[in-house]
Write a protein that binds this ligand. Structure first.
Ligand code: ZN
Length: 389
C-alpha cells in the first residue's frame, strides 16, 4: 500500500513539473495522453522509475487525472467561474502530507472477496472492518490514509431513487433551525439539540492528551508517543462529530419536507472572536450534509441571508426589538409582551424568513415554497465508507 501511495505521488509530482516546465518555456501544456506515455509507460523502462511497474497502472492514471482536475479548478478560479474560495495552482506532494489517497476505478479489476476482503491489484486481499454493507456494486474505490495513520476505503455507488422514496416518504412538516453557541442547534418547535455524549467524551480525551503533550520535553521519545496519542484522539473527535452531524441531518431530513437554516458565512464569522466555537461546532459541514441529503430525498432546504435579524425580531408580533448581546438568553418583547427564549425565537424567525411558516397576519410569506424535488430517474454518486482493519 505504501508503495502505491508513493508511486501515485511521484507521478503526480512529475506531471506538475511537466506542466510547470511547459509554462516556463511558453510551450502548450502536454495533453494527458502524452503525459501518460511519457510519465508512466516510458518512465517504467528507465532505471530511475522502473519501480512504477510494481503498482497498478490505474492508480498512476488516476494521479494524472487528479493533476488535470487541480489545474482545471485553478484556471476556473482565476477566471472567476468557480464558486468558493480561490484555489492556488497544484502543489508538489510530500511523503509527509497528512492525508494521502489512491483511487481504483472499475477497470482496475479490484473486487470484494466472498470473505469480505478488499482485493486490490498488486496489493492483495486487504482485511476490512465494514461500517455498512454495500447496497449495490460500487464503481470505484479510494483508499485514504489519514493523519493518524489509519486506512479507509471509500466506495462510489449509484443511489436508487425508488429505494430512497421508500426510505423517506413525503411529509408536510417544516422546521427552522437556529445554529447556536450554547446548544448545537435549536429548532422552531422548541427542541434544543446538544452534541451527544460520545462526542463530548472524545473531546474530553483529546483535551487530556493535549495537556499531556504540552508537558513532555521537546525532542524526547515520550513526546513523540504523546504526539501520536493526540493525533489519534483528534481523529476520534473528527469521526464522532461527523457521525453526530450525519445522524442529526438524516433525522431532520427524514422528519421534515422543508428545512430552513441560516446561511452563516463561516469564513466571515471565523474572523471574529467566535471563531473557535464556530469551527469546533462544524456548522459548515453540517449544513452541507443537509444540502445534499435534501437534494437526494426530495426535500427543500432554504438558506436565509445572514443579515436577517433573527435574534432581534419578535416571532410573535414581528417588531424589531433591537440588538441583543450574546449573554441575553431570554427577553421580553416591548411591543407585545411575549417572553422569548433567544434561540427558540431565532429558530422560528429562520423558518418564517424562509417562507416555511405563516406570518403574524396569517398569510404565507412565500406560498408554494416546498415543491417536490425528488428525481424520478437518474442517480447520484454516493460515498460510503469502510474502515480498513
Ligand atoms: Zn412582540
Amino acid at each position: 500500500m505504501a508503495r502505491a501511495f508513493g508511486c501515485a505521488r511521484v507521478v503526480f509530482n512529475d506531471a506538475v513539473r511537466a506542466r510547470e516546465d511547459a509554462r516556463k518555456a511558453q510551450r502548450p501544456f502536454p495533453k494527458i495522453g502524452e503525459l501518460s506515455t511519457r510519465l508512466i509507460t516510458e518512465a517504467k523502462r528507465t532505471v530511475e522509475r522502473s519501480w512504477l511497474g510494481e503498482v497498478s497502472a490505474v492508480v498512476l492514471q488516476q494521479s494524472l487525472r487528479d493533476v488535470e482536475t487541480a489545474y482545471r479548478n485553478f484556471f476556473a478560479s482565476l477566471k472567476g467561474t468557480r464558486k468558493g474560495p480561490r484555489t492556488g495552482p497544484p502543489r508538489f506532494k510530500s511523503r509527509k502530507d497528512k492525508r494521502q489517497s489512491i483511487r481504483f476505478t472499475a477497470n482496475a479489476r479490484w473486487s470484494v472477496t466472498e470473505k469480505g476482503r478488499l482485493n486490490l491489484p498488486k496489493i492483495g486481499a486487504v482485511k476490512v472492518k465494514w461500517s455498512r454493507t454495500l447496497p449495490t456494486t460500487p464503481s470505484s474505490v479510494t483508499v485514504v490514509k489519514d493523519a493518524a495513520g489509519r486506512f479507509f476505503a471509500s466506495f462510489v455507488i449509484d443511489t436508487d431513487p425508488a429505494a430512497d422514496a421508500t426510505r423517506m416518504p413525503d411529509t408536510d412538516r417544516t422546521i427552522g433551525i437556529d445554529l447556536g453557541l450554547t446548544h448545537f442547534a435549536v429548532l422552531s418547535d422548541g427542541t434544543k439539540i446538544d452534541s451527544p455524549r460520545f462526542l463530548r467524551r472524545a473531546e474530553k480525551k483529546l483535551k487530556k492528551a493535549q495537556r499531556e503533550l504540552s508537558r513532555k520535553q521537546k525532542g524526547s521519545r515520550n513526546r513523540e508517543k504523546a504526539r501520536r496519542k493526540v493525533a489519534r484522539a483528534h481523529a476520534k473527535v473528527t469521526d464522532a462529530r461527523h457521525e453526530f452531524h450525519h445522524q442529526l441531518s438524516t433525522r431532520l431530513i427524514s422528519e421534515n419536507q422543508g428545512i430552513a437554516v441560516e446561511d452563516l458565512s463561516v469564513a466571515g464569522l471565523a474572523r471574529t472572536r467566535l471563531a473557535k466555537s464556530v469551527h469546533d461546532a462544524g456548522w459548515a459541514s453540517f449544513v452541507n450534509m443537509l444540502e445534499y441529503k435534501a437534494e437526494r430525498y426530495g426535500r427543500t432546504l432554504v438558506k436565509i441571508g445572514r443579515f436577517e435579524p433573527t435574534s432581534q425580531t419578535c416571532s410573535t408580533c414581528g417588531v424589531k426589538d433591537g440588538p441583543k448581546p450574546l449573554n441575553v438568553r431570554e427577553w421580553t418583547c416591548a411591543a407585545c409582551g411575549s417572553v422569548h427564549d433567544r434561540d427558540h425565537n431565532a429558530a422560528i424567525n429562520v423558518k418564517t424568513a424562509a417562507g416555511l411558516a405563516v406570518s403574524a397576519c396569517g398569510a404565507p410569506v412565500r406560498p408554494g415554497a416546498i415543491p417536490a424535488q425528488r428525481e424520478e430517474t437518474g442517480s447520484h454518486g454516493l460515498l460510503t465508507q469502510a474502515r480498513a482493519a
